[in-house]
Write a protein that binds this ligand. Structure first.
Ligand code: SAM
Length: 194
């Protein structure tokens, strides 16, 4: 079930994308240290997960993606990483029990989930009380819309005014949404009430 165009799939598995994962990870985490059981949604070929496993070796990291080709690529990349498991999962129907994770992360994937509000509801469900959701995504702008229109990837870009109320509606609180990169991207943090 690929949800990206061939070009995007190729790019997400390419060496340059893996090279920039290091600098992006620190920026995306916004000072949050992943601890305990960590769920990555839409982890792609494992670029961010490999860096997470390297920097935070004590985490129990579960990397998920809906696309079997990405899951295979991530399994290959992360084969030697202890405490990391990779499995296929749709972010809108997560195969995990309520309260399973201390931290959920989402890097540049929500805009590929047309039902992204359902993915937020699933994040809120699988986080334990007090758990943290953190990540970044594109903002719906003329530029990002044009890129995705040209690329033909299925997508539903999120405006910066939509994400905050949607996170609150999902049952999360302490919500912070900050735009970045000339307002083409946004970083977010939220937590599940205790
Ligand atoms: C642009 S890539 C980003 C990959 C990775 N997060 C990274 O930063 O390298 C978006 C990923 O989201 C995945 N994806 C899209 N819709 C999804 C869904 N409903 N559930 C899980 N993963 C999904 C795609 O297969 C793809 O691997």
């Amino acid at each position: 079930m690929p949800v990206m165009s061939a070009v995007e799939r190729w790019f997400c598995q390419s060496p340059p994308w893996h090279w920039v994962a290091g600098p992006i990870l620190g920026w995306a985490l916004q000072g949050i240290t992943p601890q305990g059981a960590v769920l990555e949604l839409g982890g792609g070929s494992g670029a961010m997960a490999a860096e997470t496993a390297r920097r935070f070796p004590d985490c129990e990291l579960t990397v998920t993606d809906v696309d079997p080709a990405m899951v295979t690529a991530a399994q290959r990349r992360l084969a030697d990483a202890p405490r990391v498991s990779v499995r296929q999962a749709d972010a809108t129907q997560l195969p995990f029990a309520d309260g399973s994770f201390d931290v959920a992360v989402s890097y540049l994937m929500l805009h590929h989930v047309v039902q992204w509000r359902q993915a937020l509801a699933e994040v809120a469900r699988v986080l334990r009380p007090g758990g943290t959701f953190v990540g970044y995504d594109l903002v719906a702008t003329p530029l990002t819309e044009a890129v995705h229109w040209a690329d033909r990837s299925p997508h539903r870009l999120i405006s910066r005014h939509e994400l905050r109320p949607a996170l609150l509606e999902a049952g999360l609180h302490d919500v912070c949404v900050r735009t970045a990169l000339g307002r083409q991207a946004m970083r977010f943090t939220a937590s599940k009430p205790r």
